[in-house]
Design a protein around this ligand. Sequence first.
Ligand SMILES: [Zn+2]
Length: 329
Amino acid sequence: MSANPITPTIPFDEDGVHHGFLRLPYSRDDSAWGSVMIPIAVIQNGEGPTALLTGGNHGDEYEGPVALQDLALTLSPGEISGRVIIVPAFNYPAFCAGSRTSPIDKGNMNRSFPGRPDGTVTEKIAHYFDTVLIPMADIVLDFHSGGKTLDFVPFASAHVLDDQNQQDACVAAVRAFNAPYTAIMLEIDNVGMYDTAVEQQGKVFVTTELGGGGTATARSIAIARKGVRNVLRHAGIMAGDITLEPTVSLDMPDGDCFVFSEDEGMIEPVIDLGEKVSKGDVVARVWATGKTGVAPVEYRAKRSGILMARHFPGLIKSGDCLAVVATVV
Ligand SMILES: [Zn+2]
């Protein structure tokens, strides 16, 4: 395979604060020799571990980009030992379009790993992370939320892994992030995910779902800001104690957690995020939109727990995920 075409405009191995870009050549109608310029900051002070921090893996999720822009602006080398690599908008073309996937190639970054150096724009970015940035890192934090079509209770999570020591290290970092909810997830379909690429390289990995609906809230951003600093302290990169607040442990044991709509229509939520639900309870109704006199279709929980996620915004199509019920451990 050819070499990856991305060039960083800043060094990765010099002390201090460097703000720059990952420059990816992208020849197109409005710029024959143009480039995609992905913002990146590298903050380094001497020897120590490396943290790789990303937001905007999906372009319509905002807690990560806001918290990481803030961190890149405010973190000084004097506060750290080691290196912090910050990419607030991982799938930068998607982020600029405010969409989950890239408008250039429809690439979903979290289904594009390990990527290709000679592939689409999204595949080239994925390949650069897979071959250059992930190998540099000891610990990786990737921010997500529900985007425009889902809303979540705020949680940080680790995956069930074959290597128990690696899983324990990931869970410890997730607990340090200290979101209001904590989930250990068995990923059913992990092919192509950034998560999988990071975990396969033996790194400590933390991911989140901090809200959704195509925006962030003051509360969800506060969780992100606190969490990223906690993870840096946990990794030994920042000094200082971690103050842990109570977290609710969630489990998603199988496919019964998911409620999918079989109808097109208007959602009537019957319970809200974080509320308790028993198996068989109605979680939402879907109303016809085109006429009156039609009873709504009721959708029921297939297990007991709390409402962990819901569809967003108010209209839904057949096949969309209507609700997710997680078990409280
Ligand atoms: Zn996402």
